[in-house]
Design a protein around this ligand. Sequence first.
Ligand code: AHG
Ligand code: MN
Ligand code: MN
Length: 332
Amino acid sequence: MEQVKTLGEFIIDRQQDFPGSSGEFSRLLSAIRLASKIVSQQVNKAGLLSHIVGAAGSDNIQGEAQQKLDVYANDQFIKALAARKVVCGIASEENDAYIPINEEGSYIVAMDPLDGSSNIDVNVSIGTIFSIYRRVSPVGGPLSDADFLQKGTEQLAAGYVIYGSSTMLVYTTGNGVNGFTFDPGIGVFLLSHPNMQFPNNGKIYSMNEGNFYRSSKGVQEFIKYAQTVDPETNRPYTARYIGSLVADFHRNLIKGGIYMYPSTDTAPNGKLRLLYECNPLAFIAEQAGGSASDGKNRIMEIDPTDLHQRVPYFVGNSALVDKAEQCIKTNG
Ligand code: AHG
Ligand code: MN
Ligand code: MN
């Protein structure tokens, strides 16, 4: 019987993707793997922490003040990444400015440590998103803004962790997408979803339709198209919206579909952040045969101007993203 592959083994096998990296990159991925396990364990008892352990409104068992889960996740990822010394700086959705780590490190990490925070208190899937770049400033010197404001096309790797009915880590290094499911009994991620690809006939659309009348005419046209009855083209499509980008994206990657967070009249750039959310999932989408757009242009070719920049976002099966783009180009 063929032995199941662990994430650790897989990372070592794939080290040849990065000739000359001398294992530095593998160490970085191991740090993410470690932090994911710690956060996963904490996510699983989030209900206990807020309602039982934290009931007295005081400290937790270790005598530390109760932390919100997104702050906790942020701390754990930063701690694990900083300990590996190969990271020179981290940009996190939870920190206003980027965090310098080790000037001798070559890698930059951008992350959304806890995505879908509004779902924490209601026991619905949440996630972590990460993206890895090589620094552009010289190793050994101070960081510059340019290290973080790189186009998505420059990503070396990107991934997400979904804390759902099981915990999964899905990532790409530009050589396909692979998914690993955490086995809490033995404490390891096992390769469960090799070479993930969007199925061809995606028919799920995911958007906060409460924003329908705040969206552009083009987006409204796309939604009407998705709802139109036309058995020839497999319509109407199916609406599914969790409100955790990672979870919506993950479901659509497996079942086929499009996730949209368009611009609205109150949020002209939508809600999602280019560096922490859109670029990493765009890289994964493209590697899985899909695409990602801001409604007009490829997400990964946008030149970032600001760490926390937001962009309208359409990601998923290429046919559906193309159709959404077409509606927007025609109707505005
Ligand atoms: P975060 O929890 O990191 O701030 O991200 C929340 C994002 C994303 O995960 C989700 O798809 C979207 O916000 C939901 O927004 P709406 O509640 O406006 O639909
Ligand atoms: Mn998020
Ligand atoms: Mn977040």
